[in-house]
Every structure is written in C-alpha cells, then in structure tokens.
Write a protein that binds this ligand. Structure first.
Ligand code: HPA
Length: 275
C-alpha cells in the first residue's frame, strides 16, 4: 500500500457520508463479542463493501460492517467481522481498518478473540486479558516503507497492551465476580489447529493462549500510539499431555456461551474508561 494516507482519507470520506460521530473507542468484535454490536445505540451500520479501500471478502459474499454509535454514553466505532491472514488477506489489509478508525478519532481499541488455552489453570469458557503477545505469524503489517505521519519506523512494543486498561478490567472483574485470567497470547497464521508438539513448544515459549488473529491489529494500533485492551475467550484446552481433538464447532459454541460475560465486562470497561 503505497499512498496509504490517501487511502485512509478516502475511506474516511465514505464513512463520513454515513455518520459524523467522532469515536473515542474502537472495538473489534471478534469471537465472543459479536452481540455487542446490537447494544450500540443510535447506530449507523456501514457494510465494508461500501467503504473505499476496505478489504473485499471474496469468500463469504459479505465481509462485515462498521457500526458507529454510542455505548454506555461514549461514542464508539465497532468492526463487526474481521479479516484473518489465513483467508488470504495480506497483513496491511488486515490492519487497514484500524488505521481508518484511528483517523476517525479513536485513541483506544478493544479487541476480542477466541483462543486455545494452554495454561493449567484455565478452563474452557474462561476469559483471559492479554498481557502481551508473541508474533509467530512470520510476517507483520509494518514491513515496507514507513509512513512517518502514521507512526515511527521502529515502534516501541514494551507495553503493547495498556496497563491502565488491564487494571481497570481486573478491578471490574473483581467487583462483579468474573473469573478473569491474564496471560500471553501467541498469534499463529492458522487455519489448522496446533499439533501436540506445537502446543508444547508454545508452552515452553511462555504463551498461555494461542489463536489466529489480533496480533496484526495490535501491532498497527501500537504503531499509531493507540491504547490497546485485548481479551481472549478460551474456547478449547491444550494443556500439556492432554491435547484433545478439537472440532471447530465446539470452539464457536464455547465462545457463544462466554459471550454474555465478555459483553458485560467490555461494556463496563467502556463505562469506566477515562478518555
Ligand atoms: N489454536 C489456535 N487458534 C484457536 C484455538 C487453538 O487451539 N482455539 C481457538 N482458536
């Protein structure tokens, strides 16, 4: 993507034809958070295919929507549907919507995903705050010429996930009796799940959970100086020595069961966030 600034500007222009809301918070409604879109008030729904330069889904016919409106009284912009590397998009394409949401005004981004749990203390359906990540995708969205107006050539990643937001989520979880772990997310390309040897390797590396998303968006959000909060829904377990056969439907079912708690937690974070 060479003239990236122009592309962002043109994307914004199309979005501004639908809504003039200036969002404070961006949300990527990954697995486990889909229902949150329905709770956005006065919402304007913009199909991705209407937005210039947004990735086009060639696989599913329609790829998703940007949803703008208010949540807990705060202006938000949410991605209903995200793009994965395993679908064939390149890294810059996957992260492009994050750049657009930042330009629209969002300084904070909340990202959810489904992940396999490898920590012995985890149970299926638990939630995990992402404290840090390991990028094992082999690529990243910042490779290529750097646009200084967006961020530095060598961005710092020493606090890729914002400590204040983590503390806020932990406080809320404590108050409301939500079981909430904290750990390291390893991002792999997928789409296959891991072999037992791969899970062993990931555990040795220090990962607590593994998934196929989030890392590209978080890298770009950090490049642009956004505050990030990441939450994984632990949909299946790969504890050392007990890697079980996983059916993808079980992953989706576990995420659906955790959705009300994840939604509650994220809404309360948004309510109490200081902007
Ligand atoms: N591995 C990778 N991605 C996943 C998993 C897993 O076990 N569960 C949900 N997404």
């Amino acid at each position: 993507m060479s003239n990236i600034l122009e592309k962002i500007t043109e994307s914004n222009k199309t979005i501004r034809e639908y809504s003039d809301i200036i969002p404070d918070i961006a949300i990527i409604l990954g697995t486990g958070l889909g229902a949150l879109a329905d709770e956005i008030e006065n919402r304007v729904v913009i199909p991705y295919e209407k937005i210039r330069h947004f990735p086009i889904s060639t696989v599913h016919g329609h790829s998703g929507n940007l949803v703008m409106g208010k949540l807990e009284g705060k202006p938000v912009i949410a991605m209903q549907g995200r793009f994965h590397f395993y679908e064939g998009y390149n890294m810059a394409e996957i992260a492009f919507p994050v750049r657009v949401m930042k330009r629209l005004g969002a300084k904070t981004i909340i990202i959810s995903n489904a992940a396999g749990g490898m920590n012995r203390n985890f149970q299926r359906g638990d939630l995990m705050l992402i404290s840090d990540h390991i990028n094992l995708m082999g690529v990243n969205p910042l490779i290529g010429p750097n646009e200084e107006k967006l961020g530095p050539r060598f961005p710092d990643m020493s606090q890729a996930y914002n400590q204040k937001l983590i503390s806020l989520a932990e406080t809320i979880a404590l108050e409301d009796g939500i079981k909430l772990h904290k750990g390291v997310y390893a991002g792999l390309t997928g789409p296959m799940l891991e072999t037992p040897a791969e899970y062993r390797m990931l555990i040795k590396m220090g990962a607590d959970a593994v998934g196929m998303s989030t890392v590209p968006e978080v890298i770009v959000a950090n490049h642009m100086g956004m505050r990030v909060l990441g939450i994984s829904c632990i949909t299946d377990l790969a504890i050392e020595g007990v890697v079980e056969k996983v059916h993808f439907q079980e992953i989706l079912d576990a995420a659906t069961r955790s959705e009300p708690i994840m939604t509650h937690l994220v809404k309360k974070v948004i309510k109490n966030i200081d902007l």
